[in-house]
Design a protein around this ligand. Structure first.
Ligand SMILES: Cc1ncc(COP(=O)(O)O)c(C=O)c1O
Length: 373
């Protein structure tokens, strides 16, 4: 129809920029080493995690049947709220439908007109969208620039301020100096929100993430990476969680997380708590993968977390290199703008605790073949 004719031109532009995207279905029986997903601890297919999901479904049904404020809070949800908070060391916790929703609900609860938000330029898209939705004044600071954060907080006109950052940045795999940010926020009377989607289960003591317990710090999580399930969470002071419950639109107007995901995440958390060496195995594999890539000729920084980033620059080259890896039986991520800044398209290779020595040998061959000429 005429109203949608503009899409043809828009699609041509996407193609010309090398930015067409396509969800390619995975087959259950494929013989591929997956270094594209975020199943850092290899728990998405863990038999006990799967069994917990099945048990939760048998007990509670396939869906949670309503918003968490109506029928969507089962005892399983309440237990996971508390277990996550207890693990990370916050007063309270709240499970939401996704990490994306957790960021929307947390930021819009903590900031509004009259608040200054200070946001790192490489923050995840869900934090960026949350900042926009909050209608607060948003000041974007250069990546990892503590001095810029300090100046923004010191020079602000607003009484209230919120600093938002990824703990581990999802595309580059580098880490924020969370301890310094916590100190800075204490000194400057600002709240701090850390999105620890990629740090839970990998960084910190026993995988507790990048924060240390602090009354001014709020943590957001996804249950879909190290915990191998689905969903998100906000952890922090009880006053914050209570305010999200009463006012957070992304919490209130969203159906409670499916029981299967809650059961799976709770079991994955139990496994993580029982095996404090698991996070170290991810970091070892990240180091191994970076080493392999270096040997294959890629220029690669030492990873600080699970993400190893191999920059090609050009988006078409990134797509071709990822395709060559797949032809060699290794799936890697391919990040292009707007996921990363223009000119920094890349392969994103993700470490998992359960990658074997044999797998590493296959990855070495694939990365060598995929090196841009
Ligand atoms: C840093 C970060 N925050 C939030 C999210 C969103 O979490 P979810 O996929 O559970 O919505 C992601 C990725 O998925 C992420 O990488």
């Amino acid at each position: 129809v005429a109203a949608l004719d503009w899409l043809e031109q828009a699609a041509a532009r996407v193609d010309a920029d090398g930015l067409r995207r396509n969800p390619v279905p995975r087959r259950a029986d494929e013989d591929v080493i997956d270094l594209a997903g975020n199943d850092y601890l290899g728990l998405a297919r863990d038999p006990a995690v799967i069994e917990a999901a099945v048990r939760a479904t048998r007990t509670w049904g396939a869906g949670s049947t309503g918003s968490r404020l109506v029928t969507g809070t089962t005892t399983l949800h309440a237990e996971l709220d508390a277990a996550l908070a207890d693990f990370v060391g916050t007063q309270a916790g709240l499970v939401l439908g996704s990490g994306y929703a957790a960021n929307l609900a947390a930021v819009t609860t903590l900031a509004g007109p009259g608040t200054l938000i200070v946001s790192d330029e490489r923050n995840h898209a869900s934090l960026v969208d949350a900042c926009r939705l909050s209608r607060a004044r948003v000041l974007v600071t250069p990546h990892l620039d503590l001095q810029a954060v300090r100046s923004a907080l010191t020079g602000r006109a607003e009484a209230r301020a919120l600093v938002v950052t990824d703990g581990v940045f999802s595309a580059d795999g580098d880490t924020a100096d969370v301890a310094a940010l916590q100190q800075l926020c204490r000194d400057r009377d600002a709240a701090l929100l850390v999105d620890d989607a990629h740090a839970l289960g990998v960084l910190g003591r026993g995988g507790r993430g990048s924060t240390t317990p602090d009354p001014g710090t709020v943590v957001t999580l996804t249950l879909s990476k190290a915990l191998g399930a689905q969903g998100g969470a906000i952890l922090g002071p009880r006053s914050v969680i209570e305010h999200v419950v009463s006012t957070g639109r992304a919490f209130i107007f969203d159906t409670g997380l499916a029981p299967s995901a809650v059961g799976a995440a709770a079991q994955a958390l139990r496994i993580l708590q029982a095996d404090p060496d698991l996070p170290g195995r991810v970091l070892q594999r990240a180091h191994d993968l970076a080493e392999l890539a270096r040997h294959a000729g890629w220029s690669v920084a030492e990873p600080a977390g699970p993400v190893v980033s191999l920059v090609t620059g050009d988006p078409g080259t990134a797509v071709t290199s990822a395709q060559i890896c797949l032809e060699h039986g290794v799936r890697v991520g391919c990040f292009r703008p707007p996921s990363v800044p223009p000119g920094t398209s890349r392969l994103r290779v993700v470490a998992r605790a359960d990658v074997s020595e044999d797998d590493l040998a296959r990855v070495a061959v694939a990365l060598k073949a995929a090196l841009p000429g």
